[in-house]
Design a protein. Sequence first.
Length: 118
Amino acid sequence: VQLQACGGGLVQAGGSLRLSCAASGDIASINSMGWYRQAPGKQRELVAIVTNTGNTNYADSVKGRYTISRDNAKNTVDLQMNSLKPEDTAVYYCYAQRLRFGLRSSVWGQGTLVTVSS
């Protein structure tokens, strides 16, 4: 499985950005897809995730501002980010969890930088 992410950039506080990630390869093995982020000097953290049945989970810090959506037909997962804050500045990573033969493994896309100016 390969993940290709796009959509980062520079935005003012209060603005919006949309990240997109497309999966290719052994799509049938993908269980969950989502986004993590890593700010300078901090650990990578979960932002939002969606299972292949549509269940979602969000970090408390983004609830009500971010929306994750998944298109299983197109093998994509998008992250709509609204009301952005400077503390949302980070490298955002697309993520997929694979499930094959009862074993879970993680796949990461390249990061895309989101910078929110105050």
